[in-house]
Design a protein around this ligand. Structure first.
Ligand code: ADP
Length: 450
């Protein structure tokens, strides 16, 4: 059993892990940059260690400092949260070489799924349905053009190492191919040091449906249904819900079983998310994230489980605390991502919080590291909070979201909150009738960028 866990992250996700540790009687160690000395995760953890200057590359991505912090404090395991080092196979290897435990999947699984071509290949072999596309990497423009003709436009060119919406370009017609191919390659190279790209059929009206999976590393795996994360801006999620408004129990059972069986097959350990595009009743795999997702609370709400607790349990070698048969959906949950951003351009807007009041009451969960007087540093991601609501059904969850949005106070900076109140006035949102392009179109019509 672990006595002490170090959290290699900051912000709301660090708090999330500290909370799970505390409930399990495990001591927690926060690490922080000099810019985060006054951050809530530092205040809330049992111990803290400064690991470097503000820049992420010198602090939260600084593996040597993080390992040293473990050794100084006697922490036996590291929880990576999401982002930063959470999907870095080398980090996992180094942790293990130091006799410590990484709370997450194996380096091998992270490596396989971190390369989108290898991931797709693996999923095809495991019987998971994928988006039709090139057989592996596409070496040059001539091959790309040939494939475009064969597959039929539109197509999407994707960097195999891509992530966070970077390294993806759509070619609507043959004329667009050269620019799209070159840009995807250049973005892959610039952002991820890898210019290999592949091509997929571009689906025109899909929803983004992702399946939460969980394995014990010993051949047992379950699924915890789906999340619909179709409301995206620039391929980034802003509003997520579970269950998906358009998914039937039969579809959930079918795709869920395919995913759980695939994870059992490879002895997957810990939390993972298998992402699909869903169109005309078919699921098409796009990528797998080998970590806890930002939007995991909506799944926790409807299943009544603590996914971080389960991550820690399986990392300790214990079984999951539930089987597939124990997992039953209860009601509906929605999460909105609150970013320190100024509308309508979504410009990052760090600064000092003059007043903060979290919404509360039945079915409301606010995961945030904000407090009165806190200064949001300009160096990191603009996510400052997640408002998660749970109701007996979707209309109740929506009503609760509207109510909670009315209660929340974040003064001193601009946030993305007004977007959500505006969305709740839209019939399509109320009826769940949206796909991955809905939000971009709506923003164009309603929030013309200045
Ligand atoms: P990233 O790793 O950058 O998040 P993903 O492969 O997960 O990239 O794709 C992110 C989003 O891009 C998807 O949720 C979807 O909106 C869009 N997308 C990706 N692949 C396709 C495709 N083949 N057709 C249409 N949209 C796509």
């Amino acid at each position: 059993m672990f006595d002490k866990i170090l959290i290699a992250n900051r912000g709301e996700i660090a708090l999330r892990v500290i909370r799970a540790c505390r409930e399990m009687g495990i001591q927690s160690v926060a690490v922080h940059s000099t810019a985060d000395a006054d951050a809530m995760h530092v205040r809330m953890a049992d111990e803290s260690v400064c690991i470097g200057p503000p820049a992420g590359t010198q602090s939260y991505l600084n593996m040597a400092s993080i390992i040293a912090a473990c050794e100084v404090t006697g922490a036996q395991a590291i929880h990576p949260g999401y982002g930063f080092l959470s999907e870095n196979a080398n980090f996992v290897q180094i942790i293990e070489d130091h006799g410590l435990t990484f709370i997450g999947p194996t380096a091998e699984h992270i490596r396989i799924m971190g390369d989108k071509i290898t991931a797709k290949d693996t999923m095809i072999k495991l019987g998971v349905p994928c988006v039709p596309g090139s057989d592996g990497g596409v070496p040059d423009l001539a091959t790309a053009k040939k494939l475009g003709e064969e597959m039929g436009y539109p197509v999407i060119i994707k960097a195999t190492a891509g992530g966070g919406g970077k390294g993806m370009k759509v070619a609507e017609t043959a004329e667009d191919m050269e620019k799209a191919f070159m840009t995807a390659r250049a973005e892959g190279k610039a952002n991820f040091g890898n210019d290999e790209v592949y091509i997929e059929k571009y689906l025109t009206t899909p929803r983004h449906i992702e399946i939460q999976v969980f394995g014990d590393g010993k051949g047992n795996a379950v699924h915890l249904g789906e999340r619909d994360c179709s409301l995206q801006r620039r391929h980034q999620k802003v509003f997520e819900e579970a269950p998906g408004p358009c998914i039937t129990p039969e579809e959930r059972a079918r795709i869920g079983k395919i995913c759980a069986d695939a994870m059992a097959d490879i002895n997957y350990i810990g939390a993972g998310t298998i992402e699909f595009l869903y169109e005309n009743g078919e699921f098409y795999f796009i990528e797998m994230n080998t970590r806890l997702q930002v939007e995991h609370p909506v799944t926790e709400s409807i299943f009544g489980v603590d996914l971080v607790r389960e991550q820690i349990r399986v990392a300790e070698g214990l079984p999951m605390s539930f089987t597939q048969d124990d997992l039953e959906i209860n009601g509906h949950s929605i999460e909105v991502r609150i970013n320190a951003e100024k509308l309508p351009n979504f410009t990052p807007c760090p600064g000092k919080i003059s007043q903060y009041h979290a919404p509360g009451g039945l079915g409301v969960r606010m995961d945030s590291a904000l407090y009165d007087g806190y200064s949001i540093p300009p160096y990191y991601d603009s996510l400052i909070g997640k408002l998660i609501v749970h109701g007996r059904d979707r209309p109740e969850a929506l009503a609760r979201l509207a109510r909670a949005l009315g209660e929340i106070i974040i003064d001193g900076i601009d946030t993305s909150l007004p977007l959500f109140s505006a969305l709740l006035a839209e019939d399509d949102i109320l009826s769940g009738n949206y796909n991955i392009h809905w939000l971009e179109k709506w923003l164009e019509a309603n929030m013309a960028e200045g």
